[in-house]
Ligand binder design. Structure first.
Ligand code: PHE
Length: 448
């Protein structure tokens, strides 16, 4: 049998999983979703979802992945031989391709802004300048598609080089740098005139904003941001060594990921209020606020270039992890070479990605239930497929998988003490599935 790759060190394993989790989901999607869904109500629900559903679901994926060292479908088959349960993993594989497609479009926007920043065409201006600049860009079919295509090709090159060399090295250097830079911008935003209003929007509890839409959105955001429910963490954990502490890693990921999202909020909302913008602007919000933040600082050029460059790398570590799901699947289930599997993954994402890129311009009339293709892929995968996938993994590990096997994984064969095992299993078996179900029922308008 072919030797399977492994992350070289425990730190490398954490860095790569955090690299997958931290990305545009935190810095682009969280602020705009929170902005559209009433700020604090969204934040509270999002954090509750991370704790009650997120952590147990991450552990469930880790137990399956590290316990079997296989791709998602093979892993589930190994743990439930003769049952056709691995079918339940297919929607996740489809979702990984859908997400890769629309995510690459936004990565393309980052590349455009990085270019504009370097070339000096993105420079100090008024808010309407930034708005005009962005609107003109997304409506330009050629430029948007070109960046999407180039980004996907670059992603392919990195992914083809394999797990250890490609992913680990990039993640370990770039993530701490991005964190530092965010910290600087948070401090800067806290000194702005709109700081009080911005913080109030994000942190002052206002339950009148709590609607079914907000609940579904917050749960979807928790899943999206943690790279959860589509077997991404399962696939990465299949590269973990047997002494990697699973529960500790799950907590570190949940903590760091939520921290980065909140930092992005603290950086964006005070600025939104200071510049007199609306928090509800949607997917374009961050692209209009960020330049305003950078260029009101001394040395705006340097800040802009640095930030977009780091955000670019953070997004790349996320797209690498999305690609890894279907590539490992194609490789191991259909005996494809890595090169072929990578081409197939990229080919699908190229077609769908370009369609998403065009949905802001020439294809903006192609809608389903009022959603453009870009919005549809995002909504269906984040808010529906991912939570259902998460539900499957917690139920599978909580009820189906052999208890000794699960215990062995949680304690690394008895070498770790696990005081939280009882509550964790309780969450996996009852609390997390019930919470997901409740949010769905509420979201569909069947409750309350
Ligand atoms: N979690 C990533 C982010 O926040 C996005 C992602 C989703 C990555 C699903 C992998 C799988 O940017």
């Amino acid at each position: 049998m072919r030797q399977r790759a492994q992350f070289a060190t425990k730190m490398g394993a954490i860095a790569a999983t955090v690299g997958s989790a931290v990305g545009l989901g935190n810095i682009w999607r969280f602020p705009y979703e929170a902005g559209q869904h009433g700020g604090s109500a969204f934040l509270i629900l999002y954090l509750a979802c991370v704790m009650v559903i997120g952590v147990p679901a991450i552990v469930a994926e880790f137990v399956i992945g590290r316990g079997t060292h296989k791709n998602v479908s093979g892993a589930v088959r190994a743990l439930a031989p003769g049952k056709r349960m691995h079918w339940a993993t297919w929607p996740g594989i489809v979702a990984s391709l859908l997400i890769l497609s629309f995510y690459s479009v936004v990565c393309g926007w980052i590349v455009e802004y990085l270019f504009q920043a370097v070339a000096g065409t993105l420079r100090a201006g008024t808010l309407s300048d930034y708005h005009r600049n962005f609107s003109a860009f997304v409506a330009n079919p050629w430029r948007c598609s070109l960046w999407t295509v180039l980004f996907l090709l670059l992603n392919m090159v990195v992914v083809r080089r394999g797990v250890k060399r490609g992913i680990e090295r990039v993640a370990r250097v770039m993530m701490p740098l991005l964190f530092l830079l965010l910290l600087v911008f948070c401090v800067n935003s806290l000194l702005m005139p709109g700081a009080r209003e911005g913080l109030r929007f994000l942190f002052h509890p206002d339950f009148s904003q709590l609607t079914p839409r907000v609940a579904i959105g917050a749960m979807g955001q928790a899943f999206f941001s943690l790279s959860l429910g589509l077997s991404c963490l399962l696939t990465y954990s299949s590269y973990f060594k047997d002494d990697t502490p699973l529960v500790k890693n799950a907590c570190v990921i949940a903590l760091l990921d939520s921290l980065v999202a909140m930092m992005a909020g603290v950086m964006i909302f005070p600025a939104v209020y200071s510049f007199g913008m609306e928090p509800q602007a949607g997917p374009t919000l961050v692209f209009e606020v960020l330049p305003a933040i950078f260029y009101q600082l001394p040395g705006g050029y340097v800040w802009a270039v640095l930030f977009f460059a780091l955000l670019f790398f953070a997004s790349l570590t996320s797209t690498i992890s999305m690609s890894e799901i279907s590539i490992t699947y194609f490789q191991e289930e259909y005996a494809m070479s890595r090169a072929r599997a990578t081409w197939l993954n990229t080919g699908i994402a190229l077609v769908l990605g370009v369609l998403c890129a065009l949905s802001f311009g020439v294809l903006n009339r192609w809608t389903v239930c009022g959603l453009t293709l870009f919005e549809l892929f995002d909504y269906v995968s984040s808010n529906i497929i991912l939570p259902l996938g998460g539900m499957f993994y917690v139920l599978f590990v909580g009820w189906w998988v052999n208890r000794t096997f699960v215990d062995n994984q949680l304690t690394n064969g008895g070498t770790l003490k696990m005081a939280a095992k009882g509550p964790l299993m309780l969450c996996m078996r009852w609390v997390a599935p019930a919470a997901i179900l409740l949010v769905f029922l509420y979201g569909l308008g069947l409750l309350g």
